[in-house]
Design a protein around this ligand. Structure first.
Ligand code: NAP
Length: 182
């Protein structure tokens, strides 16, 4: 009943953050940020780790699940309104969704790497923006297995196929590809 979609922007070498685990400005493009914000506005649930809050103007209106090992299983998050803290080793995603009060519609998975990896067999679509002109040295890959394997190789091995690509910023070689299941 709940569709699962991933969203990320990576460098040419598959990195989503720099060596300090901070998303660098060279990965911030207005076209991608507009796409991302519009997609979250159409989502019923946002799912992310402790360091990947999207920090947008409408964030407080969104229902979210925040992954952490600091709770027994499930608990309200005192840090954000409408948020559930979820320890995936102690409760299922279904239980977390029920705690959050969202059991249908669309869940947007927005990182970081361990969170993206947790849903690799569940994505209906994984939206990957890529800045082909940007290389981030010693950065944090979109999945833990990057850069040993490319993000595309990992998505493919988990049953996803690149279906459509659109150019977001031609001058800076940024595009967006939808990897769909089946
Ligand atoms: N370029 C992009 O599109 C993009 C997308 C997403 C994130 N980022 C960037 O990536 C950086 C954050 O990376 P990060 O690795 O620190 O990611 P993160 O997943 O946001 O935060 C990691 C923390 O989340 C919790 N967590 C994550 N996976 C878990 C699991 N399987 N089970 C339980 N808890 C889990 C843990 O919290 P506890 O310590 O509380 O247990 C962990 O310490 C930020 O700079 C962010 O801006 C960039």
């Amino acid at each position: 009943m709940l569709s699962v979609e991933g969203y990320v922007i990576v460098s040419a070498n598959g990195m989503l953050a720099d060596s300090n685990h901070v998303m660098p400005d060279v990965l911030k493009f207005p076209e991608d940020q507009a796409f991302f914000e519009a997609a979250l506005d159409r989502s019923d649930l946002i799912v992310h780790g402790q360091h990947s809050h999207e920090q947008q103007s409408r964030s407080n209106e969104r229902t979210r699940i925040v992954l952490t090992r600091r709770v027994e299983a499930l608990a309200p998050d005192p840090a954000f309104p409408n948020a559930t803290l979820w320890n995936p080793q102690r409760a299922s995603f279904k239980q977390a969704c029920e705690h959050a009060g969202v059991t249908s519609g669309k869940a947007a998975i927005i990182g970081g790497p361990a969170v993206y990896a947790l849903f690799l067999d569940r994505y209906d679509v994984f939206w990957i923006s890529q800045a082909h002109g940007v290389t981030v040295t010693n950065g944090l890959g979109v999945f833990p297995q990057v850069p040993i394997h490319s993000p595309q190789n990992i998505l493919s091995r988990h049953g996803l196929t690149a279906r459509e690509t659109r150019v977001l910023n031609a001058a800076q070689s940024v595009d967006l590809t939808a990897w769909r299941r089946g």
